[in-house]
Ligand binder design. Structure first.
Ligand code: NAD
Length: 541
């Protein structure tokens, strides 16, 4: 446990009843209303009359929505920081300019009692650097709220090197009294959420630069995996400039090549294509709302399909999931879970689905199937672990090979990615799409690049989450919780990693790294996803 340098700060004190919020803009006004709603007396320091008016307007709207006007009555305004005895917590939410925050911290340190907690809502600066400014750095902490603070449940409590345990305890108590879920995070660039979310945008942009599919198709694929919004519609909503600024800041501070912002985004920002607010981003908002692409809903026949004879080859959860789903829709389904028993696949098979084990290269098996079966039998194979275009070129009948990608449990994904390879015939592609449609999955065509789209994007998010845990940014549970509460992710990335399998994520990223550079290299801790629990700190391999 860290010790405070100021003895008075170590005394057990009752929870402060007055909170000072410095800056009454988007975040400050929301934090103030939140604290007032939790029963604190709040002083907002805001020099701009226009900002005050906006804030008061937002308080009135919130009072109307909730039917409770009393929180706003606990808020008073000041136009500068003045000495206050009873303020025990100050939260600064002035613009993200270091000099400005520095001055505010100096003023707060002079004006407030020596044991008052000083918090910053900074998204990108080091809390430790801000703490260095205060005479008693042990009482300085990060309280990173999300927008809008009244609704978003997460608060990242940022512990700088100098922060005392008492400060952390008091910050947790404050956040919990405000009805929030605090998670403890080390003072590292982007903390948890802004860092682990980076690959969602970066890898989507890289996939677009590589022509994997169109913007609406990639967004639809992301939604099919459970995200509320695709990466491009989300960047348009956030503002490409704001999103890029976060990426640039995380990149500058980490100097990690894998987090380097995409050039295409820099160009769009320079050209003023900022998303909704400028009327044009990845989508056009000239006529109001952008058109969303919704893949054609799969038609499920009442009667099981008796025309095809389907064999599912592979071992493990991916193969089992497919076997179960396909078994419900097709009358003739055979499961061959052992590669040694390939000669048992029925000679009259018309579709062979090779799911493999999700992690090993399947080109040899595909070659064997190609040699053994009539050219009318199509082969649908997992494209995450194997280079299918290369396999197709080596085959007798490459035109019958169709690649597909489904992460984790197929049952939870509403669409699968299908490789739109030059080699595959239209008939084979159609039959593959029909098969996935019959089990309720829309098919979205993508180019054959390592990891396709979802493997690349979600694999990279899992990787980043594991790197953050290995670097001791936060515990695995807190990383998962933070991404669900702070970024509205449908699940925690570490839990996804477990569902997909550490070896499978590793295989996908390894192929990506071979093709695009070592910066995509799978982190050495990914194997932990295949064991019982991911420890909070890195364990040597
Ligand atoms: P904002 O521009 O909406 O509000 C900042 C306010 O601070 C303005 O009203 C400004 O008049 C006031 N201000 C400027 N100098 C001041 C001073 N010396 N004393 C008192 N008030 C002063 O900015 P914001 O979006 O609310 O961001 C504030 C902080 O919160 C930044 O550090 C930002 O990185 C962080 N943050 C923002 C978001 C977000 O989504 N907007 C989310 C999390 C964290």
């Amino acid at each position: 446990m860290r010790r405070s340098v100021y003895p008075s700060f170590n005394e057990v004190r009752p929870m402060p009843e007055r909170v000072m919020v410095v800056g009454g803009g988007t975040m400050g006004a929301g934090i103030a209303l939140l604290a007032a709603g939790a029963g604190f007396q709040v002083t907002i320091v805001e020099p701009q009359a226009s900002a005050r008016e906006r804030a008061v307007g937002s308080f009135a709207r919130e009072a109307k929505r909730s039917g409770d006007a009393s929180p706003a009555l606990r808020i008073e305004w000041a136009d500068r920081i003045e000495p206050r005895d009873r303020v025990m917590l100050a939260i600064e939410a002035v613009p993200e300019v270091f000099e400005l925050k520095r001055n505010v911290f100096l003023e707060l340190a002079n004006a407030l009692p020596a044991d008052a907690l000083l918090a910053s809502n900074t998204s990108s600066f080091s809390v430790g650097e801000l703490a260095g400014i205060a005479p008693n750095p042990a009482r300085v902490i990060g309280l990173h709220f999300f927008n809008p603070p009244t609704r978003m449940r997460l608060v990242e409590v940022v512990q700088a090197e100098q922060t005392a345990q008492e400060a952390i305890d008091r910050a947790f108590e404050f956040a919990e009294r405000c009805g929030k879920t605090p998670v403890l995070v080390a003072d590292t660039p982007g903390f948890i959420v802004n860092r682990v979310a980076r690959p969602y945008y970066l890898q989507a942009l890289r996939a677009l630069e590589r022509g994997v599919a169109s913007v609406p198709e990639l967004d639809a694929l992301a939604r099919s995996a459970g995200f509320a919004m695709g990466p491009f519609e989300l960047m348009d909503l956030i503002g490409l400039d704001v999103n890029l600024a976060t990426s640039e800041s995380v990149y500058q501070r980490t100097e990690a090549e894998r987090l380097e912002p995409a050039q295409s985004q820099r160009i769009m920002v320079a050209e003023g294509l900022l998303g909704r607010k400028s009327g044009q981003g990845f989508y056009s908002y000239a006529d109001g709302k952008a058109e969303r692409f919704e893949p054609e809903a799969a038609q499920i026949d009442e009667q099981p399909n008796a025309d095809e004879v389907v064999a599912i080859v592979g071992l493990g959860v991916h193969a089992q999931d497919l076997a179960e789903l396909i078994g419900q829709r097709y009358a003739n389904v055979q499961v061959v879970a052992n590669d040694e028993m390939l000669d048992e696949v029925l000679p009259e098979s018309t579709i062979i689905v090779d799911a493999g084990d999700g992690a090993s290269d399947r080109s040899e098996i595909i070659a064997q199937l190609d040699a053994a079966f009539e050219k009318e039998c199509i082969i649908i194979a997992d494209a995450y672990a194997t280079n299918l275009s290369a396999s197709a070129r080596r085959m007798r009948h490459g035109e019958r090979l169709v690649g597909f990608g489904a992460l984790g449990s197929v049952a939870s994904q509403s669409a699968v990615e299908i490789v739109n390879s030059e080699e595959a015939s239209d008939d084979a592609l159609e039959l593959a799409q029909e098969l996935f449609a019959s089990i309720g999955k829309a098919a979205i065509l993508v180019e054959d690049v390592p990891g396709l789209f979802l493997g690349r994007t979600i694999g990279s998010i899992v990787n980043e989450a594991m790197i953050a845990v290995a670097e001791d940014v936060a515990s695995p549970e807190d990383v998962d919780e933070a991404m669900m509460l702070g970024a509205n992710y449908p699940g925690g990335p570490i839990t996804w990693g477990r569902e997909i399998g550490g070896t499978r994520v590793r295989t996908i990223l390894k192929r990506l790294a071979d093709a695009e550079g070592e910066q995509f290299a799978p982190h050495r801790s990914l194997w932990l996803l295949d064991v019982e629990a991911v420890p909070a700190q890195e364990t040597p391999e």
